[in-house]
Design a protein around this ligand. Structure first.
Ligand SMILES: N[C@@H](CCC(=O)N[C@@H](CS)C(=O)NCC(=O)O)C(=O)O
Length: 205
């Protein structure tokens, strides 16, 4: 059984989407990040950077003590390797999947997050930051669109953890002021993922 420390955000949803796809049993522990639950010592013991998601695997493959993991990319790789699902066994496709997974956790997530913050939440309007993160968001969506125009999924032929990680952010394109009419390959890919049973179960799309 996997214990998942979770809030209903794109980073949290990456892990529920994976677990539903892979059919791994899990127990959800909600962390209310608006109330500061992420700073409680028992959560920090699992996730020292005070962010969700985090997991504890109570039956790791080495048969040892429960294993805790933080950072969504590390969790996805761990769970994919544990289950043998949503990661390719082919050297080249797996390497491509991991590149796009790191692209998401290092760029597409953080930059879109900053965009959302400065365009919607910041109490002070900072034109420089709004311009910087709006342009960076558009650039990243263009990179994604170009990749998906060449390939059915981010890693190549197979749906993988790279698509899962990117999907939970890109489905919120409206929040990023992105008009999908300008990114047709992304729209097609989103529609395809929306049809998967695990996606429908979690997002009702
Ligand atoms: N790089 C981290 C980012 C996780 C993250 O930003 N989590 C946010 C919610 S989406 C959070 O827990 N924020 C609470 C805080 O910063 O105090 C990952 O990919 O897991």
């Amino acid at each position: 059984m996997i214990d998942l420390y979770y809030a209903d955000t794109p980073n949290g949803q990456k892990i529920t989407l994976f677990l539903e796809e892979a059919g791994l049993p899990y127990q959800l522990h909600r962390i209310d990040i608006s109330k500061g639950d992420q700073f409680k010592p028992e959560f920090l013991a699992i996730s020292p950077n005070n962010k969700i998601p985090a997991i504890v695997d109570n039956s790791p493959a080495d048969g040892g003590e429960p294993l805790s993991i933080f950072e969504s990319g590390a969790i996805l790789i761990y769970l994919a390797e544990k289950s043998g699902k949503l990661i390719s066994q082919n050297l080249r496709e797996k390497t491509t999947q991991l590149q796009w997974l790191f692209w998401q956790v290092g760029g597409f997530g953080p930059m879109l997050g900053q965009n959302h913050h400065f365009t919607r939440y910041a109490t002070e309007k900072v034109p420089y930051a709004i311009k910087r993160y709006t342009e960076e968001t558009q650039r990243l969506y263009s990179v994604l669109n170009k990749r998906l125009a060449q390939s059915p999924y981010l890693g190549g032929q197979e749906y993988s953890i790279a698509d899962i990680a990117t999907y939970t952010w890109a489905r919120l394109h409206d929040h990023h002021n992105i008009d999908l009419a300008n990114y047709p390959a992304i729209e097609k890919w989103l529609n395809k993922i929306n049809q998967r049973p695990a996606t429908k179960k979690l997002f009702g799309e």
